[in-house]
Ligand binder design. Structure first.
Ligand SMILES: *Cc1c(COP(=O)(O)O)cnc(C)c1O
Length: 215
């Protein structure tokens, strides 16, 4: 689908959503190469997401002249932390444990904007902290990791076609986000190609769209 068509869909969904929120679109470019990213950038899209540090480095460096904002959204291995830090991502969306937060914090020499990834659907196939522990882990990271600037939460909706299950997982994430507003949370990143309209209706203010944009 074309970028402007997707932006229209997002805009329509925010208008009928009970939250009437502003929503930021992150274009997930993991399926495509630098040319496709450049094409989208020339249409005005500036925020992109990658789930592999190596590929983030490749695109960051080759497209540096475009001054894009890069989000890291994948599971981070300890041996890739220094590389990710050197790329200075705009937002690390996928901090999925206190342990990795501490490892990151030790190596950072600047403050990194970060989201706590929550496994709201409680699925073994997914990364992220358990929903019932999320608030506690969020506060632990805030207390223990001075170089990690937590800005909110990220979650992937429940797998499958069952809209009720998907909505329940988004509602659970939103509840946690809402309770963390007193801790400064501002970003609730949820919604992908198959479920972004549902996510907007549940309060998401950041979407991560890949296949719908690039396939
Ligand atoms: C791949 C990916 C996306 C985008 O998924 P699509 O269904 O292609 O839109 C969003 N978030 C994360 C964490 C991903 O890995």
């Amino acid at each position: 689908m074309k970028l402007n068509e997707i932006l229209d869909k997002i805009s329509n969904a925010t208008q009928i959503s009970p939250f009437h929120q502003n929503v930021e679109l992150i274009a997930v470019s993991k399926y495509v190469g630098c040319n496709e990213v450049r094409n989208l950038a020339l249409q005005g899209q500036i925020a992109f997401g990658e789930n592999k540090v190596q590929e983030l480095e490749n695109k960051c460096q080759n497209l540096a002249y475009l001054k894009l904002k890069w989000h890291f959204i994948g599971n981070l291995q300890t041996n890739k932390i220094n590389k990710l830090i050197s790329l200075r991502p705009t937002l690390w969306q996928s901090c999925n444990s206190l342990k990795i937060a501490i490892e990151m914090d030790k190596r950072l020499s600047y403050c990194l904007d970060t989201l706590l990834e929550i496994n709201s659907a409680n699925e073994d196939s997914k990364q992220g902290v358990r929903a019932d522990l999320a608030t506690e882990v969020y506060e632990q990271i805030q207390n223990e990791c001075k170089n990690i600037n937590l800005c909110g939460v990220m979650s992937i909706g429940a797998n499958g076609d069952d809209k009720n299950r998907i909505v329940k997982s988004f509602e659970k994430t939103y509840k946690i986000y809402e309770s963390l507003k007193r801790n400064g949370a501002k970003i609730c990143s949820m919604g992908m190609s198959a479920d972004f309209e549902l996510a907007i209706n549940c309060g998401s203010n950041m979407l991560r769209l890949g296949s719908i944009l690039f396939k």
